[in-house]
Design a protein around this ligand. Sequence first.
Ligand SMILES: C[S@@+](CC[C@H](N)C(=O)[O-])C[C@H]1O[C@@H](n2cnc3c(N)ncnc32)[C@H](O)[C@@H]1O
Length: 229
Amino acid sequence: MSRANLNKEPHEVAAMFDDVAEKYDLTNDILSLGQTRLWRRAVVNAIKPQPGEKILDLAAGTGTSTQPFYLAGADPVACDFSAGMIEVGKRKFPHLTFVQGDALNLPFEDNTFDAVTISFGLRNVQNTTKALTEMKRVTKPGGRLVICEFSHPTWKPFRTTYLEYLMKALPAIARKVSSNPDAYVYLAESIRDWPNQELLAAMIKDCGWQNVEWLNLTGGIVALHRATK
Ligand SMILES: C[S@@+](CC[C@H](N)C(=O)[O-])C[C@H]1O[C@@H](n2cnc3c(N)ncnc32)[C@H](O)[C@@H]1O
């Protein structure tokens, strides 16, 4: 599936993340009301990193999603196409390996990684199926995939309240705490327009991944999709 990605070109997406890089992690914590820490723990539990395993954290941003794999003794690579995010990441986590690269054309050999993961990044990539196919290419046979992404709350009354927060409160708070509030309008719209749990699972399966399943977090605000190659 190719997404219009709300009319943003890849270089515009990269520039947008370059702009918010400095305050990215702080803004996330505020806007998610502290939930990001919980979601990140769930990703690590799903990947179950083993010492020495090669793990690709794609769209890694500043490396905050990569650090737990390092702490678990694995050998993670943080890959992102925004030079600004990588620059902040290198300062914050100088021990991590950062590689600048595009999810649609990964700079890695076939069958390189024991596990590939992407947190809050797949939604930003222009062509979801191409990214899923690239992730499969660089994963070893039998290797794991874990996708952590905003999704759709499963309880209807909550879904309505959440959409109100997303479309109105979130951009308003972002105007106060972020250097680029427009990025958060884009964030809200891209979450609203993203496929639900079932549709994303079908897309992952269509790209040749096996044993596709998902777990809802915080009532489905976020979903973790898991699969194996
Ligand atoms: C919301 S941030 C997530 C960062 C990190 N994974 C986290 O959980 O904090 C999304 C990241 O996706 C990156 N990104 C978007 N499109 C990309 C692409 N085609 N290839 C590589 N990175 C991409 C952006 O530069 C940005 O750093």
